[in-house]
Design a protein around this ligand. Sequence first.
Ligand code: 5GP
Ligand code: MG
Length: 182
Amino acid sequence: SGPVTVLDSKALERALTRICYEIVERNEGLGQLVIVGIRTRGAYLARRMALKLSSLSDVDVPVSELDITLYRDDLDPNEHRERPQNPVVSDNNVPTNLAGKTVVLVDDVLFTGRTVRAALDALVDTGRPDRILLAVMVDRGHRELPIRADFVGKNIPTSLNEAVDVHVTEVDGEDAVTIRKV
Ligand code: 5GP
Ligand code: MG
């Protein structure tokens, strides 16, 4: 059996809009808000959220991006077990002074939590924001760290032999979330 659509383009758009209203509810005025997307697809979702949030308020909500690269730390070359890959921030255009700011970190899929952890390290080290919130389009479960999202488009309990595909118009020509067996 082929991929199953979990969110079509209208549902994905509704989820983004709903998350933006939830962010507005949690922040008195949006003046201190900064949106930070994790490339690739999280960054496109972040840009759209910044536009929606700007149109919901009278301020321009700034958006920036982080790039995360996976490193396999082969500490013991005799160890044959697959080690988890270690994500680190490899590039970003996030402001270095986020004092007084509330950052909403945005990604497409939350899985083990390791990517978000790397992003949080970088934000805390370089920008020192007052507060960080996490928004993801899909929470697929299987966390390996104590990390949870504040805003979730769709909770999709998955098995490890399923993959979630988040399609965004900017890269994939359409918006959708699908799951498939791998
Ligand atoms: P984590 O670091 O939480 O294990 O994985 C999250 C990161 O890997 C996100 O940046 C996300 O883009 C990617 N990712 C992990 N699992 C999936 C998945 O099932 N589907 C997609 N599209 N991305 C995933
Ligand atoms: Mg990613």
